[in-house]
Write a protein that binds this ligand. Sequence first.
Ligand SMILES: NC(=O)c1ccc[n+]([C@@H]2O[C@H](COP(=O)([O-])OP(=O)(O)OC[C@H]3O[C@@H](n4cnc5c(N)ncnc54)[C@H](O)[C@@H]3O)[C@@H](O)[C@H]2O)c1
Length: 313
Amino acid sequence: MKNYLVTGGAGFIGSCLIRRLLKEGHKVTTIDNLTTGFKSNIPKNINFIKGNCGDPKTYKKIAKTKFDAIFHVAGQSSGEISFDDPVYDINANTTSTILLLKYALKSRCKRFIFASTMSVYGSKPDKPVKEIDNTEPESFYGNSKLASENYLRIYQKYGIKYTSLRLFNVYGPGQNMKNLKQGMVSIYLSQMINNGKIHVKGSPLRYRDFVYIDDVIYYFMECLRNKKSIGKTINIGTGKKTYVHQIIKILAALHKKKISVKYSGSTQGDINGIYADVILKEKIFGKRMLTKLSDGLLSMYKSSMQYISYEII
Ligand SMILES: NC(=O)c1ccc[n+]([C@@H]2O[C@H](COP(=O)([O-])OP(=O)(O)OC[C@H]3O[C@@H](n4cnc5c(N)ncnc54)[C@H](O)[C@@H]3O)[C@@H](O)[C@H]2O)c1
């Protein structure tokens, strides 16, 4: 049995990761400030610390704990919100990483796995984006995640063994259906289920790389076993390009009810399209069949039918 720290355990990805670690028999502590996460998401029988990872005081509560690895998953996860409050964004996404790195060194925990994002790239030509491509983030969110990646790279010199996973569009059961500012699939699904009206902010011809939650958790867990992932920044996507209108079409077909779709407006810092080059991921972790988009959307749709109302946050 190992002892892990997972930040952001009340959120979508953090809570799924904790469940997987518990299933494998490990001990888990999480730190979460419950800004976008829910206490009810946190699995039972773990040590929950309510606190801001961007506040040094938070770490006093775990000063004497020795972890085998830290998964830094907590963060302000919306490009749109990063424009509303860039100061909070950099605290949640960069200061948090620096403080955790300092804590890691002090507590002699060397392994550090970070939830980064495709948003570090910014707009790119219509071809799969590679880890070695230029990073020109167009949102404060992408910028603060990129800064964290750079801190991790520099902290290597002090012995930190990092992996940065650049997550593409993660979707699946458990995604927050109340947050209408983060997660394309969850936003459209929530609107469709609640009132049959989808409002897409932007063009139907934008495209993304949608990766299912179970596959994402698989790669987080593999980082613990796979030494080749140390010191690497890796795209976590499917390598497939899916247009917004294709997602809407699949969701509408699942719903089997009349829906209306309006395309208008835009989101600040949004990019037209991006999808992952997965050569490095496959070189490090090997080739693997990933969840088909239609299967993943079906399981998300089924689990989401329990949400019958939402509030805008
Ligand atoms: N979901 C995606 O498609 C996606 C894509 C790329 C990267 N990511 C990254 O993965 C991570 C998890 O994303 P998610 O979809 O689970 O989002 P989420 O909003 O569901 O989870 C984030 C969790 O972190 C907590 N949190 C935020 N700021 C905090 C702080 N300063 N201190 C302590 N806790 C804090 C929130 O309360 C929440 O529980 C985020 O860092 C996000 O940027 C997600």
